[in-house]
Design a protein around this ligand. Structure first.
Ligand SMILES: Cc1cc2nc3c(=O)[nH]c(=O)nc-3n(C[C@H](O)[C@H](O)[C@H](O)COP(=O)(O)OP(=O)(O)OC[C@H]3O[C@@H](n4cnc5c(N)ncnc54)[C@H](O)[C@@H]3O)c2cc1C
Length: 415
Protein backbone atom coordinates (compact mmCIF):
# COMPACT_ATOMS: atom_id res chain seq x y z
CA UNK A 1 0.00 0.00 0.00
CA UNK A 2 1.21 3.51 -0.88
CA UNK A 3 2.38 5.66 2.08
CA UNK A 4 0.52 8.95 2.73
CA UNK A 5 3.80 10.75 3.53
CA UNK A 6 7.49 10.03 3.23
CA UNK A 7 8.06 11.42 6.72
CA UNK A 8 5.53 11.86 9.52
CA UNK A 9 6.68 13.92 12.52
CA UNK A 10 4.59 13.33 15.63
CA UNK A 11 4.83 16.27 18.06
CA UNK A 12 4.94 19.89 16.95
CA UNK A 13 6.90 21.29 19.91
CA UNK A 14 10.07 23.31 19.32
CA UNK A 15 12.00 20.22 18.16
CA UNK A 16 9.39 18.60 15.89
CA UNK A 17 8.36 22.00 14.51
CA UNK A 18 11.98 22.91 13.66
CA UNK A 19 12.49 19.58 11.88
CA UNK A 20 9.29 20.12 9.86
CA UNK A 21 10.63 23.44 8.56
CA UNK A 22 14.14 22.05 7.93
CA UNK A 23 12.71 19.19 5.86
CA UNK A 24 11.03 21.77 3.63
CA UNK A 25 14.39 21.86 1.83
CA UNK A 26 14.18 18.18 0.91
CA UNK A 27 11.91 16.71 -1.72
CA UNK A 28 10.16 14.44 0.79
CA UNK A 29 6.47 14.90 1.56
CA UNK A 30 6.13 15.65 5.28
CA UNK A 31 3.22 15.49 7.74
CA UNK A 32 3.34 17.13 11.19
CA UNK A 33 0.95 15.82 13.85
CA UNK A 34 0.26 17.96 16.92
CA UNK A 35 -2.23 17.24 19.70
CA UNK A 36 -2.84 20.91 20.57
CA UNK A 37 -4.33 23.25 17.97
CA UNK A 38 -1.47 25.21 16.41
CA UNK A 39 -1.47 28.99 16.78
CA UNK A 40 -4.08 28.88 19.57
CA UNK A 41 -1.60 30.43 22.02
CA UNK A 42 -2.44 27.70 24.56
CA UNK A 43 0.11 25.08 23.48
CA UNK A 44 2.08 23.92 26.56
CA UNK A 45 5.20 23.48 24.40
CA UNK A 46 5.17 27.26 23.74
CA UNK A 47 4.65 28.83 27.15
CA UNK A 48 6.38 31.70 28.99
CA UNK A 49 9.53 29.66 29.65
CA UNK A 50 12.71 31.40 28.50
CA UNK A 51 15.15 29.31 26.54
CA UNK A 52 18.88 29.95 26.52
CA UNK A 53 19.86 29.21 22.94
CA UNK A 54 23.50 28.20 22.50
CA UNK A 55 25.48 30.00 19.80
CA UNK A 56 25.39 26.73 17.84
CA UNK A 57 21.57 26.83 17.89
CA UNK A 58 21.70 30.29 16.32
CA UNK A 59 23.67 28.72 13.47
CA UNK A 60 21.07 25.97 13.05
CA UNK A 61 18.19 28.46 13.03
CA UNK A 62 20.13 30.50 10.46
CA UNK A 63 20.59 27.39 8.31
CA UNK A 64 16.84 26.60 8.51
CA UNK A 65 15.98 30.25 7.83
CA UNK A 66 14.21 30.86 11.16
CA UNK A 67 16.73 33.17 12.82
CA UNK A 68 15.64 36.44 11.19
CA UNK A 69 12.09 36.00 12.45
CA UNK A 70 13.19 35.94 16.09
CA UNK A 71 16.33 38.14 15.95
CA UNK A 72 14.57 41.30 17.20
CA UNK A 73 13.20 39.54 20.27
CA UNK A 74 16.32 37.85 21.60
CA UNK A 75 18.68 39.02 24.30
CA UNK A 76 22.37 38.12 23.84
CA UNK A 77 24.35 36.45 26.64
CA UNK A 78 27.77 38.05 26.59
CA UNK A 79 29.08 36.56 29.81
CA UNK A 80 28.20 33.53 31.96
CA UNK A 81 28.96 33.79 35.64
CA UNK A 82 28.97 30.51 37.61
CA UNK A 83 29.18 30.60 41.42
CA UNK A 84 28.48 28.49 44.49
CA UNK A 85 26.54 30.24 47.29
CA UNK A 86 28.58 30.49 50.50
CA UNK A 87 31.82 29.39 48.78
CA UNK A 88 34.55 31.33 47.05
CA UNK A 89 34.96 29.86 43.56
CA UNK A 90 33.61 31.71 40.53
CA UNK A 91 33.93 30.90 36.83
CA UNK A 92 33.35 33.51 34.15
CA UNK A 93 32.89 32.69 30.49
CA UNK A 94 33.19 35.68 28.18
CA UNK A 95 32.12 35.93 24.52
CA UNK A 96 35.15 38.10 23.71
CA UNK A 97 37.49 35.27 24.73
CA UNK A 98 35.61 32.99 22.31
CA UNK A 99 35.70 35.57 19.52
CA UNK A 100 31.91 35.59 19.08
CA UNK A 101 29.34 38.36 19.61
CA UNK A 102 27.44 36.27 22.19
CA UNK A 103 27.82 32.95 24.03
CA UNK A 104 24.11 32.40 23.53
CA UNK A 105 20.74 34.12 23.34
CA UNK A 106 17.62 34.16 25.49
CA UNK A 107 14.22 33.88 23.83
CA UNK A 108 10.77 32.95 25.12
CA UNK A 109 9.55 29.61 23.81
CA UNK A 110 6.29 31.40 22.89
CA UNK A 111 8.26 33.43 20.31
CA UNK A 112 9.87 30.33 18.81
CA UNK A 113 6.33 28.90 18.49
CA UNK A 114 5.10 32.01 16.71
CA UNK A 115 8.01 32.03 14.24
CA UNK A 116 7.55 28.32 13.46
CA UNK A 117 3.83 28.73 12.97
CA UNK A 118 4.40 31.60 10.53
CA UNK A 119 6.79 29.46 8.50
CA UNK A 120 4.67 26.30 8.27
CA UNK A 121 2.40 27.79 5.61
CA UNK A 122 5.45 28.67 3.47
CA UNK A 123 6.84 25.11 3.40
CA UNK A 124 5.34 23.66 0.23
CA UNK A 125 5.66 19.95 0.98
CA UNK A 126 4.49 20.14 4.63
CA UNK A 127 0.98 19.29 5.83
CA UNK A 128 -0.10 20.18 9.36
CA UNK A 129 -2.41 17.64 11.03
CA UNK A 130 -3.70 19.37 14.17
CA UNK A 131 -5.38 18.95 16.54
CA UNK A 132 -4.62 15.24 16.26
CA UNK A 133 -3.44 12.88 18.98
CA UNK A 134 -1.49 9.75 18.22
CA UNK A 135 -3.31 6.78 19.77
CA UNK A 136 -1.39 3.84 18.33
CA UNK A 137 1.50 2.87 16.07
CA UNK A 138 2.47 -0.29 14.19
CA UNK A 139 5.44 -1.05 11.97
CA UNK A 140 5.65 -3.20 8.87
CA UNK A 141 8.55 -3.76 6.47
CA UNK A 142 7.62 -0.82 4.20
CA UNK A 143 6.01 1.73 6.49
CA UNK A 144 4.93 2.89 9.92
CA UNK A 145 1.18 3.22 10.47
CA UNK A 146 -0.30 5.53 13.10
CA UNK A 147 -3.83 5.84 14.40
CA UNK A 148 -4.76 9.47 15.04
CA UNK A 149 -7.65 10.88 16.99
CA UNK A 150 -8.56 14.10 15.17
CA UNK A 151 -11.07 15.79 17.49
CA UNK A 152 -13.08 12.57 17.87
CA UNK A 153 -12.60 11.26 14.31
CA UNK A 154 -10.17 8.37 13.93
CA UNK A 155 -7.72 8.53 11.04
CA UNK A 156 -5.04 6.08 9.86
CA UNK A 157 -1.86 7.53 8.35
CA UNK A 158 1.08 5.66 6.80
CA UNK A 159 4.61 6.99 6.33
CA UNK A 160 8.00 5.60 5.33
CA UNK A 161 9.59 7.20 8.41
CA UNK A 162 7.90 8.17 11.69
CA UNK A 163 9.78 10.76 13.77
CA UNK A 164 8.79 10.68 17.45
CA UNK A 165 9.12 14.27 18.68
CA UNK A 166 6.28 13.79 21.15
CA UNK A 167 8.13 14.86 24.30
CA UNK A 168 9.10 13.33 27.63
CA UNK A 169 5.95 11.19 27.93
CA UNK A 170 6.33 9.94 24.32
CA UNK A 171 3.40 7.68 23.41
CA UNK A 172 5.39 6.28 20.46
CA UNK A 173 8.24 5.22 22.75
CA UNK A 174 5.79 3.53 25.12
CA UNK A 175 3.73 1.82 22.40
CA UNK A 176 6.91 0.39 20.88
CA UNK A 177 8.06 -0.86 24.30
CA UNK A 178 11.29 1.16 24.19
CA UNK A 179 12.74 1.22 27.69
CA UNK A 180 14.15 4.32 29.34
CA UNK A 181 16.73 5.13 31.98
CA UNK A 182 15.08 7.52 34.39
CA UNK A 183 16.43 9.51 37.29
CA UNK A 184 14.11 11.52 39.49
CA UNK A 185 16.01 14.34 41.17
CA UNK A 186 13.06 14.97 43.53
CA UNK A 187 13.24 18.59 42.40
CA UNK A 188 11.09 21.06 40.49
CA UNK A 189 12.08 24.22 38.63
CA UNK A 190 10.16 27.33 39.56
CA UNK A 191 10.28 29.88 36.77
CA UNK A 192 9.32 33.56 36.69
CA UNK A 193 10.44 36.83 35.13
CA UNK A 194 11.96 39.24 37.64
CA UNK A 195 13.11 42.88 37.54
CA UNK A 196 16.24 44.06 39.29
CA UNK A 197 17.57 47.37 40.52
CA UNK A 198 20.78 47.14 38.45
CA UNK A 199 20.89 46.28 34.73
CA UNK A 200 21.86 42.69 33.89
CA UNK A 201 24.41 43.91 31.33
CA UNK A 202 23.83 40.72 29.31
CA UNK A 203 25.32 38.44 31.96
CA UNK A 204 23.70 35.04 32.68
CA UNK A 205 24.12 33.87 36.28
CA UNK A 206 24.26 30.24 37.28
CA UNK A 207 24.33 29.99 41.06
CA UNK A 208 24.49 26.76 43.00
CA UNK A 209 22.78 27.00 46.38
CA UNK A 210 22.25 24.45 49.17
CA UNK A 211 18.66 23.96 47.96
CA UNK A 212 19.68 23.45 44.31
CA UNK A 213 20.79 25.47 41.29
CA UNK A 214 19.38 28.88 40.45
CA UNK A 215 19.80 30.56 37.06
CA UNK A 216 19.09 34.15 36.04
CA UNK A 217 19.10 34.81 32.30
CA UNK A 218 19.18 38.31 30.82
CA UNK A 219 15.96 39.26 29.03
CA UNK A 220 14.38 42.10 27.08
CA UNK A 221 13.15 45.28 28.87
CA UNK A 222 15.85 44.87 31.53
CA UNK A 223 14.11 41.81 33.02
CA UNK A 224 15.76 38.51 33.98
CA UNK A 225 14.31 35.06 33.58
CA UNK A 226 14.59 33.05 36.78
CA UNK A 227 14.90 29.26 36.93
CA UNK A 228 15.04 28.28 40.59
CA UNK A 229 15.30 24.62 41.58
CA UNK A 230 13.52 23.40 44.74
CA UNK A 231 12.86 20.11 46.44
CA UNK A 232 9.14 19.28 46.72
CA UNK A 233 8.72 20.53 50.28
CA UNK A 234 10.44 23.86 49.59
CA UNK A 235 8.50 24.27 46.37
CA UNK A 236 5.16 24.15 48.19
CA UNK A 237 6.45 26.79 50.64
CA UNK A 238 7.85 29.09 47.93
CA UNK A 239 4.75 28.77 45.76
CA UNK A 240 2.60 29.89 48.69
CA UNK A 241 4.67 33.06 49.30
CA UNK A 242 3.29 36.44 48.34
CA UNK A 243 5.44 38.48 45.94
CA UNK A 244 7.25 40.47 48.60
CA UNK A 245 8.22 37.43 50.68
CA UNK A 246 9.21 35.64 47.47
CA UNK A 247 11.51 38.47 46.38
CA UNK A 248 13.16 38.54 49.82
CA UNK A 249 13.74 34.78 49.73
CA UNK A 250 15.24 35.09 46.25
CA UNK A 251 17.44 37.95 47.38
CA UNK A 252 18.73 35.84 50.23
CA UNK A 253 19.60 32.99 47.83
CA UNK A 254 21.09 35.05 45.02
CA UNK A 255 22.72 37.97 46.85
CA UNK A 256 23.10 41.54 45.62
CA UNK A 257 25.08 41.25 42.36
CA UNK A 258 22.11 42.85 40.56
CA UNK A 259 21.04 45.07 43.45
CA UNK A 260 17.56 44.51 44.87
CA UNK A 261 14.91 42.38 43.17
CA UNK A 262 12.01 44.77 42.60
CA UNK A 263 9.26 42.78 40.80
CA UNK A 264 8.23 39.25 39.97
CA UNK A 265 5.81 38.16 37.22
CA UNK A 266 3.69 35.03 37.02
CA UNK A 267 5.30 31.92 38.52
CA UNK A 268 5.12 28.36 37.13
CA UNK A 269 6.83 25.10 38.08
CA UNK A 270 8.05 21.98 36.28
CA UNK A 271 9.10 18.62 37.83
CA UNK A 272 12.72 17.73 36.96
CA UNK A 273 14.41 14.50 36.08
CA UNK A 274 16.77 12.87 33.64
CA UNK A 275 15.42 10.52 30.98
CA UNK A 276 17.28 8.66 28.25
CA UNK A 277 15.63 6.22 25.87
CA UNK A 278 17.64 2.97 25.67
CA UNK A 279 17.05 2.89 21.90
CA UNK A 280 16.63 5.92 19.64
CA UNK A 281 15.75 4.02 16.49
CA UNK A 282 13.70 1.10 15.30
CA UNK A 283 13.06 0.22 11.68
CA UNK A 284 10.98 3.15 10.30
CA UNK A 285 11.09 5.09 13.61
CA UNK A 286 13.47 7.60 15.16
CA UNK A 287 13.15 9.36 18.52
CA UNK A 288 14.37 12.97 18.82
CA UNK A 289 14.23 15.82 21.36
CA UNK A 290 12.68 15.20 24.76
CA UNK A 291 11.21 11.87 23.60
CA UNK A 292 14.79 10.60 23.36
CA UNK A 293 16.46 12.63 26.14
CA UNK A 294 15.05 14.94 28.81
CA UNK A 295 17.56 16.84 30.91
CA UNK A 296 17.55 18.97 34.04
CA UNK A 297 17.47 22.60 32.81
CA UNK A 298 20.43 23.57 35.03
CA UNK A 299 22.82 23.78 32.10
CA UNK A 300 20.20 25.08 29.62
CA UNK A 301 21.00 22.29 27.16
CA UNK A 302 17.75 20.34 26.53
CA UNK A 303 16.42 22.19 23.52
CA UNK A 304 19.91 22.91 22.18
CA UNK A 305 20.56 19.18 22.15
CA UNK A 306 17.19 18.53 20.47
CA UNK A 307 17.98 21.10 17.82
CA UNK A 308 21.26 19.31 17.10
CA UNK A 309 19.18 16.10 16.61
CA UNK A 310 17.20 18.08 14.03
CA UNK A 311 20.34 19.33 12.25
CA UNK A 312 21.86 15.84 11.94
CA UNK A 313 18.63 14.10 10.93
CA UNK A 314 17.81 16.77 8.32
CA UNK A 315 21.36 16.48 6.94
CA UNK A 316 21.09 12.70 6.49
CA UNK A 317 17.53 12.85 5.12
CA UNK A 318 18.46 15.53 2.62
CA UNK A 319 21.25 13.33 1.23
CA UNK A 320 18.96 10.29 1.30
CA UNK A 321 16.43 12.17 -0.81
CA UNK A 322 19.11 13.22 -3.31
CA UNK A 323 20.26 9.63 -3.67
CA UNK A 324 16.84 7.99 -3.71
CA UNK A 325 17.50 6.20 -0.42
CA UNK A 326 14.56 4.97 1.70
CA UNK A 327 14.29 7.48 4.62
CA UNK A 328 13.06 4.80 7.04
CA UNK A 329 15.79 2.22 6.42
CA UNK A 330 17.57 0.92 9.49
CA UNK A 331 20.96 1.53 7.82
CA UNK A 332 20.24 5.22 7.40
CA UNK A 333 18.85 5.57 10.92
CA UNK A 334 21.91 3.72 12.24
CA UNK A 335 24.05 6.51 10.78
CA UNK A 336 21.91 8.97 12.71
CA UNK A 337 22.46 7.24 16.10
CA UNK A 338 26.19 6.83 15.48
CA UNK A 339 26.50 10.51 14.72
CA UNK A 340 24.43 11.66 17.71
CA UNK A 341 25.67 9.24 20.39
CA UNK A 342 28.79 11.14 21.54
CA UNK A 343 27.00 14.48 21.94
CA UNK A 344 24.00 12.92 23.70
CA UNK A 345 26.17 10.94 26.13
CA UNK A 346 28.46 13.89 26.85
CA UNK A 347 25.73 16.45 27.51
CA UNK A 348 23.52 14.08 29.57
CA UNK A 349 26.47 13.09 31.75
CA UNK A 350 27.76 16.63 32.11
CA UNK A 351 24.28 17.87 33.17
CA UNK A 352 23.77 14.99 35.60
CA UNK A 353 27.19 15.53 37.19
CA UNK A 354 26.50 19.27 37.58
CA UNK A 355 23.20 18.56 39.36
CA UNK A 356 24.66 15.91 41.67
CA UNK A 357 27.89 17.73 42.39
CA UNK A 358 26.28 21.05 43.16
CA UNK A 359 23.38 19.77 45.24
CA UNK A 360 25.61 17.81 47.63
CA UNK A 361 26.15 19.78 50.86
CA UNK A 362 28.98 17.47 52.14
CA UNK A 363 31.71 20.02 53.25
CA UNK A 364 34.79 18.40 51.60
CA UNK A 365 32.88 18.28 48.32
CA UNK A 366 31.81 21.90 48.72
CA UNK A 367 35.47 22.93 49.15
CA UNK A 368 36.55 20.85 46.16
CA UNK A 369 33.76 22.48 44.19
CA UNK A 370 34.86 26.05 44.86
CA UNK A 371 38.44 24.96 44.15
CA UNK A 372 37.18 23.44 40.90
CA UNK A 373 35.34 26.61 39.87
CA UNK A 374 38.44 28.72 40.59
CA UNK A 375 40.60 26.26 38.67
CA UNK A 376 38.30 26.36 35.64
CA UNK A 377 38.40 30.15 35.80
CA UNK A 378 42.16 30.25 35.39
CA UNK A 379 42.88 27.17 33.25
CA UNK A 380 42.21 28.39 29.73
CA UNK A 381 41.80 25.06 27.84
CA UNK A 382 39.30 23.75 30.41
CA UNK A 383 37.37 26.98 30.25
CA UNK A 384 37.43 26.89 26.47
CA UNK A 385 35.96 23.39 26.51
CA UNK A 386 33.23 24.47 28.93
CA UNK A 387 32.44 27.51 26.79
CA UNK A 388 32.36 25.47 23.57
CA UNK A 389 30.11 22.89 25.25
CA UNK A 390 27.74 25.64 26.40
CA UNK A 391 27.80 27.12 22.92
CA UNK A 392 27.03 23.73 21.34
CA UNK A 393 30.14 23.76 19.19
CA UNK A 394 31.86 20.47 19.86
CA UNK A 395 32.22 17.40 17.62
CA UNK A 396 31.47 16.73 13.95
CA UNK A 397 28.96 19.36 12.78
CA UNK A 398 26.24 18.90 10.13
CA UNK A 399 25.61 21.63 7.52
CA UNK A 400 22.83 23.38 9.45
CA UNK A 401 25.02 23.62 12.56
CA UNK A 402 27.51 25.61 10.48
CA UNK A 403 24.72 28.02 9.54
CA UNK A 404 24.64 26.60 5.99
CA UNK A 405 21.54 25.51 4.09
CA UNK A 406 21.28 21.77 3.37
CA UNK A 407 22.21 22.26 -0.30
CA UNK A 408 25.45 24.00 0.70
CA UNK A 409 28.04 21.41 -0.28
CA UNK A 410 28.30 18.06 -2.02
CA UNK A 411 26.43 15.16 -0.55
CA UNK A 412 28.02 12.31 1.34
CA UNK A 413 26.98 8.76 0.56
CA UNK A 414 24.11 7.39 2.60
CA UNK A 415 22.65 3.92 2.29
C1 LIG B 1 12.03 25.24 33.32
C2 LIG B 1 12.73 24.80 32.07
C3 LIG B 1 13.70 25.61 31.49
C4 LIG B 1 14.37 25.20 30.34
N1 LIG B 1 15.35 25.99 29.83
C5 LIG B 1 16.05 25.57 28.75
C6 LIG B 1 17.09 26.37 28.21
O1 LIG B 1 17.39 27.45 28.72
N2 LIG B 1 17.76 25.91 27.11
C7 LIG B 1 17.46 24.71 26.54
O2 LIG B 1 18.12 24.33 25.56
N3 LIG B 1 16.48 23.93 27.03
C8 LIG B 1 15.76 24.33 28.11
N4 LIG B 1 14.74 23.56 28.59
C9 LIG B 1 14.41 22.29 27.90
C10 LIG B 1 13.45 22.52 26.73
O3 LIG B 1 12.30 23.22 27.17
C11 LIG B 1 13.05 21.17 26.13
O4 LIG B 1 14.21 20.47 25.83
C12 LIG B 1 12.25 21.34 24.85
O5 LIG B 1 11.09 22.09 25.10
C13 LIG B 1 11.87 19.97 24.27
O6 LIG B 1 11.10 20.15 23.11
P1 LIG B 1 10.39 18.92 22.39
O7 LIG B 1 9.77 19.52 21.16
O8 LIG B 1 11.32 17.78 22.26
O9 LIG B 1 9.26 18.43 23.41
P2 LIG B 1 7.91 19.14 23.88
O10 LIG B 1 8.10 20.60 24.05
O11 LIG B 1 7.42 18.37 25.04
O12 LIG B 1 6.92 18.94 22.65
C14 LIG B 1 6.27 17.71 22.41
C15 LIG B 1 5.03 18.01 21.56
O13 LIG B 1 4.41 16.76 21.23
C16 LIG B 1 3.02 16.88 21.38
N5 LIG B 1 2.49 15.54 21.69
C17 LIG B 1 2.74 14.79 22.77
N6 LIG B 1 2.11 13.61 22.71
C18 LIG B 1 1.43 13.62 21.52
C19 LIG B 1 0.58 12.68 20.88
N7 LIG B 1 0.27 11.50 21.43
N8 LIG B 1 0.03 13.03 19.68
C20 LIG B 1 0.32 14.23 19.10
N9 LIG B 1 1.13 15.15 19.67
C21 LIG B 1 1.68 14.86 20.87
C22 LIG B 1 2.84 17.87 22.55
O14 LIG B 1 1.57 18.50 22.51
C23 LIG B 1 3.98 18.84 22.29
O15 LIG B 1 3.61 19.93 21.50
C24 LIG B 1 14.05 23.94 29.75
C25 LIG B 1 13.08 23.14 30.32
C26 LIG B 1 12.41 23.55 31.46
C27 LIG B 1 11.38 22.66 32.07
Amino acid sequence: MQADYDILIVGGGMVGGSLAVALGETGFSVGLVEAHPYGSGSEPAYDDRSIALAYGSRRIFEGIGLWQGMADELTPIQEIHVSDRGHLGVTRLDCKEEGVEALGYVVESRIIGRVLNERFSQVANLELISPAKLEDISITRDAGTVELNCAGTLKTVRARLIVAADGTMSAIRDKLGIEVQRKDYGQSALIANVSTERPHEFVAYERFTDSGPLALLPMSHGRCSLVWTHNQEELARTEAMDDEVFLNALQERFGYRLGRFTRVGQRASYPLGLLRAKEDIRSRVVLIGNASHTLHPVAGQGFNLGLRDVAVLADLLFDADQQGVDPGSLELLGQYTNWRKGDLDRVSEYTDILVRLFTNPWPPLAHARSGGLMAVDVITPLKRLLARQNMGRTGHMPRLARGLPLQAYPKRNVQ
